[in-house]
Design a protein around this ligand. Structure first.
Ligand code: GLV
Ligand code: MN
Ligand code: MN
Length: 416
């Protein structure tokens, strides 16, 4: 169990900074900050200012990620990178991603006086797109850093028809130079990410912090059920090919199959067309997000959902299709870096921390392609995330920053 910690000044400042970032929003009365938006630019500027105050040299890369760097015992050493993301879902909470960025800045601030003892440089990164809210893909910022930018992304459009290329140009980026955002494995020691848990396990266990063992890779789809739009009054049931009734059957099966197969599958958005009160729906478009601890189980769940959708459509005279919009392989966290995270938590008084796999996706998944990664979870109230009710306590954040700093010291000790 983590003992009581004094609510440190660093934790209070971190929470004030989360509030300052939450105020940068495109949604009146709520939080929404999406990739390559004016709000993204303002959030980056705020984070860059805090990084500079902490003594870091700052730059923005060609994928819109904001970086800061503190040299170690000699200039030019490979870097241990701490970070998370500044973009949000729509009507978000104020801590998802953001807490990891501001905590990383606090750790760098604390280490600044002793940086000349570090056997690596310390970098902080605020990734630009983890959620995929604007362009219906995810991890664009961290994938660019991992050298996995997909050229097809340039022509993806947001809901207003603005493409990634157009948004990047408006943001002041040069699409031809996106490759420069990629980091070489030889220049990196590893990547550590602090993040709120986004689920209730730590709270149930009565622990402030946990060590992440692996990160589930999500697959996401846009689905279509197509039938025939016809008069709601005049069309007898045997002649109906109601796309919404078929889609409703699929939505129920998504939940049932996920529970049966011990996976997680969610329809988060669904729209019926033409959407008339007196018209049998002819088309339904919906989103599907599928996850599991192991990728093979997740893929099995996808195929079971697809088979069910096709069977329902055969029975109802509709058609069913799933088009994949995002796929990330699950990632196992690095053993040595995770041991350092556990040491960091032990330094806060919890000698045998909870270990849990992450059901949520994180930038660490993309970064794992180029360097070892590990993650530290901070308890969040009622496990609520991706919603305005997201909450953490200042005491837990104080424990989190202390553990994060101690983990960096442990990585340094192991490399000396
Ligand atoms: C990211 O927050 C995700 O897991 O969807
Ligand atoms: Mn999120
Ligand atoms: Mn996140």
């Amino acid at each position: 169990m983590s003992g009581p910690a004094p609510a440190s000044a660093a934790a209070r400042r971190a929470l004030q900074r989360c509030a300052a970032l939450a105020a940068i929003s495109s949604m009146p009365g709520g939080v929404e900050r999406v990739h390559l938006s004016p709000e993204h630019a303002r959030a980056n500027a705020l984070a860059a200012g805090w990084m500079a105050q902490a003594g870091l040299a700052t730059w923005r890369d060609q994928a819109g990620n904001q970086w800061g760097r503190l040299e170690g015992r000699e200039p030019g050493l490979p870097a241990l990178v701490l970070g998370s993301h500044l973009d949000t879902v729509s009507d978000a909470g104020r801590y998802d991603g953001v807490l990891g960025v501001v905590s990383a800045i606090e750790v760098a601030h604390r280490l600044r006086e002793r940086a000349d003892e570090l056997p690596f440089a310390l970098e902080v990164v605020a990734f630009s797109d983890e959620e995929g809210t604007r362009f219906a893909t995810a991890l664009m910022g961290s994938k660019a850093v991992a050298g996995q930018w997909d050229q097809d992304w340039w022509e993806r459009a947001d809901a207003d028809g603005v493409t990634v290329r157009e948004a990047a140009l408006a943001f002041g980026l040069d699409p031809a130079r996106v490759g420069e955002a990629a980091r070489r494995p030889a220049d990196l020691v590893g990547y550590l990410e602090l993040h709120i848990e986004q689920g209730p396990q730590l709270e149930s266990a009565g622990r402030a912090l946990g060590v992440v063992t692996s990160i589930a890779g999500a697959r996401r789809f846009t689905g279509h059920v197509a039938g025939q739009a016809r008069h709601a009054g005049g069309t007898p049931y045997p002649r109906r090919r109601d796309a919404l009734v078929a889609a409703a059957d699929v939505v129920l099966a998504v939940e049932r199959l996920a529970v049966e197969l011990d996976g997680i599958a969610t329809v988060g958005r669904l729209q019926a067309f033409p959407g008339g009160v007196n018209v049998v729906p002819g088309l339904v478009e919906f989103s599907l997000d599928v996850r599991a601890e192991r990728d093979a189980d997740r893929d099995d769940l996808v195929e079971r959902i697809r088979a069910h959708g096709e069977a329902v459509s055969r029975a109802r005279g509709t058609t069913f299709e799933l088009v994949e919009t995002h796929s990330a392989p699950g990632v196992v966290c690095d053993g040595a870096l995770s041991a350092s995270i556990a040491e960091g938590i032990a330094a806060t008084g919890d000698a045998d921390p909870v270990r849990l796999w992450s059901r949520a996706g994180h930038d660490a998944m993309a970064v794992a392609a180029i360097t070892p990664v590990a993650m530290l979870f901070v308890r969040c109230e009622d496990g609520i995330s991706h919603a305005p009710g997201e909450n953490v306590t200042v005491e837990d954040v104080a424990h989190g920053i202390d553990a994060f700093e101690a983990a960096v010291h442990d990585v340094a000790r192991r490399r000396r």
